[in-house]
Design a protein around this ligand. Structure first.
Ligand code: AMP
Length: 576
């Protein structure tokens, strides 16, 4: 029988995970040998490429520590101040999960490695569903972001945009995807989305997979369809694209795909024209085998609503990756999104793990002498323990804090598997208490259970600390979707109280002592979080990599939400 490429991928994953320790050591040796002479590493290693010296002397850093070097390269200095290999450009991270966009140097080697990773991460998925490349097309929502030219003349762009620009991707696009280059690169996101949905509807019989990088984008696409399907059906009926599409690239692409097809238009109209959109994805794309998008971390909140539209279709969170390093693949793609674990591939970066306590106080663990603990190597992490991820790469990141906290759930051969716990740096704090993203998510989950029986779905939430009056208090913005009921004051006040009850001990003590005032939920109009996303995208965030912040600091972003508030509710009493 012919060996499929994904079977080779699975074999490669087996080999790599079995030899994780050797691969990690060789990778570090290679990085140090090539980069020990850079201005940055010379300060710590004095030209030597020794692992022990690396662990002893090279400091653990965050982006701010490397930024002066990266900025110098972006401004035209030679790359060897930080890394030995010549660079081809920069990746820009989304920057909405922890502050400003960051620049990551890109080399030819990393581009090749990331390509290999992308092929590998699909292998476990294909093992479950067969070769989807053979079976049909993917309706994946993809949005390129404009490139920025640095003073050095090098270009900076998002990881996803760099993929879309690749010649290999472009060559396979027409065969494997329903979207076209013109729609992916359309600078108007709404027009791009409209066309990508329209093209997906026209090719509905071929679609075997539906997806986007992150769950939020997919959900936004489905909601957009809910508001625009009539217009799209009219386009399909007449074979003429709507006047709302003014982008010439999109119009040209539409002219070669769109032909008058009243039968298809009527069919789609009949499906869409119903009261409940439950299961709509399966109805519109009956051959779809699964939905692919990251549903873990901050994306967890979208799972319930996506499941509503998918009605039983598996939601696959396939990979864990960042602009700095692509790290892990989900070897059990059919698991529940809440159980998704990522097996780290040892060839992608040299990983270290800084232990953090897993007891609600997410400070770094200390050992019995009250000293900071040493980071541990990939193969030495312990199941059930939480760690902050550090990466060392050939692109100038040495012992670099990615900013994510991960928990070990098990091992595949010698390679550990991790669940995403939280971003390390997203917290609410009025006084000494620290509320992490995971704490907040847990409290929101407890509170929203109150909504289920009355037919309300929490679609989006975010938070901020209001210290404009003393004592300060937590404010939650909630966007609700009405399946049946409407939010009534009694229910919302109960939600406020449930949230407070579910927050950690320190929070409750502070509440009892009036160091923190009553928690507030501000219900916002539907579409408010889309306006928030539009705002961040207008400020340079990538549409495909956008992650709704769990906590908002920007005054302008807060103004957008505050102008859409329809009701304010407060917790009636202290939770203790
Ligand atoms: P960016 O560099 O903009 O691509 O963002 C990378 C960040 O996205 C990571 O550091 C994580 O915080 C988050 N992320 C990526 N993949 C996942 C995943 N599978 N689950 C949860 N969060 C993720």
């Amino acid at each position: 029988m012919e060996t499929k490429w994904y079977e080779d991928g699975l074999k490669m994953i087996e080999e790599m995970t079995t030899n994780a320790e050797q691969i990690q050591d060789e990778l570090l040796r290679g990085i140090l040998r090539r980069n020990a002479g850079t201005e940055y590493l010379r300060r710590f290693l004095h030209g030597q490429a020794d692992k022990q010296l690396f662990k002893k002397n090279v400091p653990i850093v965050s982006y701010e520590d490397l930024k002066p070097y990266i900025d110098r390269i972006a401004n035209g200095e030679t790359t060897d101040i930080l890394l030995a290999e010549p660079i081809t450009g920069f990746f820009m991270s989304s920057g909405t999960s922890g502050g400003q966009p960051k620049l990551t140097p890109v080399t030819a080697d990393v581009t090749k490695k990331n390509g290999l990773f992308r092929n590998l991460f699909e292998s476990p998925v294909m093992k479950q569903f067969g070769d989807i490349n053979e079976a049909g097309k993917r309706m994946e929502f993809m949005f390129a972001r404009p490139e920025i030219e640095t003073p050095s003349g090098l270009k900076a762009t998002s990881v996803t945009t760099s993929i879309y620009k690749g010649s290999g991707f472009r060559a396979m696009l027409p065969k494997l995807y329903t979207s076209t280059v013109e729609t992916i690169f359309c600078p108007e996101t709404q027009q791009s989305l409209y066309c990508q949905l329209l093209f997906g509807l026209i090719q509905r019989d071929e679609v075997v997979m539906i997806g986007s990088t992150f769950a939020s984008t997919l959900l936004r696409a489905i909601k957009f369809l809910e508001n625009h399907w009539q217009e799209m059906c009219s386009d399909i009926k007449t074979g003429q694209i709507s006047h709302r599409i003014t982008d010439s690239g999109c119009r040209n692409a539409a002219s070669s795909i769109l032909k008058p097809n009243p039968v298809l238009a009527d069919l789609i109209e009949n499906i869409c024209n119903c009261k409940s959109w439950e299961g709509m994805i399966t109805k519109l794309w009956p051959k779809a085998k699964y939905v692919s998008c990251v549903c873990t971390g901050v994306m967890k909140q979208y799972t319930a609503e996506l499941e509503f539209y998918c009605a039983g279709l598996p939601l696959v969170s396939a990979l864990y990756a960042s602009s700095e390093a692509h790290c892990g693949v989900n070897l059990e793609p059919l698991c529940k999104p809440s159980d998704a674990s990522y097996t780290f591939l040892p060839n992608m970066a040299y990983y270290e793990f800084l232990p953090v306590r897993n007891d609600g106080d997410k400070s770094i663990e200390t050992n019995s002498n009250n000293e900071d603990p040493e980071p541990v190597d990939l193969v030495n992490v312990k199941p059930g323990h939480c760690y902050e991820l550090l990466v060392t790469t050939s692109t100038g990141f040495y012992r670099y804090k990615v900013g994510d906290v991960l928990m070990v759930t098990g091992f595949h051969n010698k390679a550990p598997q991790f669940q995403f716990v939280e971003r390390q740096n997203v917290i609410l704090s009025v006084d000494q208490e620290k509320t992490s993203e995971a704490d907040l998510f847990k409290a929101v989950t407890e509170a929203k259970a109150v909504l289920d029986p009355i037919g309300l779905i929490l679609s989006e939430y975010t938070s901020y600390v209001d210290t404009s009056s003393a004592p300060g208090h937590y404010v939650l913005y909630w966007e609700l979707k009405e399946k049946e009921g409407k939010p009534d004051p009694k229910t919302m006040v109960e939600c406020c109280f449930r949230m407070e009850e579910s927050l950690h001990y320190t929070y409750k003590i502070y509440r009892k002592n009036n160091i923190i005032a009553s928690l507030e939920i501000r219900v916002v109009k539907q579409g408010s979080f889309e306006a928030l996303m539009d705002y961040y995208v207008s400020k340079g965030a990538s549409f495909s990599q956008y992650k709704r912040p769990s906590c908002i600091k920007s005054k302008e972003a807060l103004k957008i939400l505050d102008s859409r508030v329809t009701g304010k509710f407060f917790s009636p009493k202290s939770p203790l």
